[in-house]
Design a protein. Structure first.
Length: 257
């Protein structure tokens, strides 16, 4: 059973490698069979699945295949991620120097928030991807809530359908209804604050970053222990500095308010 599954994965990759090597060119089933060396039935089954899920595009008139929109979207996401990492780094370094807090750039990955650039409070840029690319639940983090605030009601409902909200601390958001209410407030005020929802001894504040089309594409978070956090610092230092950083990176990504 496992061997059959692995073979199927390998066959799928062989087909995608063959079709993807030519960019916009269209291929027939016979072309793909010849190019991959797979049997006709194997190629046919894989083409049906790949085209159904938009990894391949099938021309209904000619029955020819080429790379689909899903692959284009995935490639674009990767390019955008690399671009925002490059464009944001100088801004994040300045932000860290002005706040002396841990500075992190986040993106949304399903119901998780994913850290893609990390600068520690001792001004060390985290290069180790096993550390930088860490996931945590979006519903109980300030950057996660900033990112979720950019989604529509239907997108949120689909994302959190049958989702189990774990109670980490007394301050953890514990239901979808509570989360929706909080996201409404975050949309209005333009920032999110976390008072120890995942770990009781930590505090964080985050703001969204916008792309050229006005969508939320990332979030910048400042993290610290509760001993270094105060409402005065929040409003007089952290938020003003975060908003400047967000506006700067958003402009670099093509956003015009």
């Amino acid at each position: 059973m496992e061997k059959d599954y692995l073979n199927s994965v390998v066959h799928t990759l062989m087909i995608m490698d063959f079709i993807g090597s030519s960019g916009e060119q269209w291929y027939s089933l016979a072309d793909i069979q010849k190019g991959t060396g797979l049997s006709k039935s194997t190629v046919f089954r894989n083409l049906q699945v790949l085209s159904k899920h938009d990894y391949l595009e099938k021309n209904p008139k000619t029955s020819l295949y080429r790379i689909g929109t899903k692959i284009v979207d995935l490639a674009s996401s990767r390019i955008n991620l690399l671009e925002i990492k490059t464009e944001s780094l100088p801004v994040l370094l300045v932000l860290q120097g002005r706040t002396n807090a841990n500075v992190t750039l986040y993106v949304l990955s399903g119901t998780d928030v994913l850290s893609v650039s990390v600068i520690r409070s001792n001004n060390i840029i985290i290069q180790d991807e096993s550390y930088a690319y860490q996931r945590s639940p979006a519903y109980c983090s300030s950057p996660g809530k900033c990112l979720l605030s950019g989604l529509s009601g239907n997108e949120l409902s689909n994302l959190f359908k049958n989702y189990e909200f774990k109670k980490y601390t007394d301050n953890t958001t514990s239901s979808f209804e509570e989360l929706k209410k909080e996201l409404g407030t975050i949309r209005e005020q333009g920032y999110a604050v976390n008072y120890g929802e995942k770990e009781s001894y930590t505090r964080s504040v985050a703001v969204p970053v916008y792309g050229y089309n006005g969508n939320v594409i990332a979030a910048i978070g400042l993290g610290m222990t509760k001993d270094f956090f105060s409402e005065e610092r929040l409003h007089n230092q952290y938020l003003p500095e975060l908003k400047v950083a967000s506006e700067t990176i958003s402009r670099k990504m093509g956003f015009s308010s």
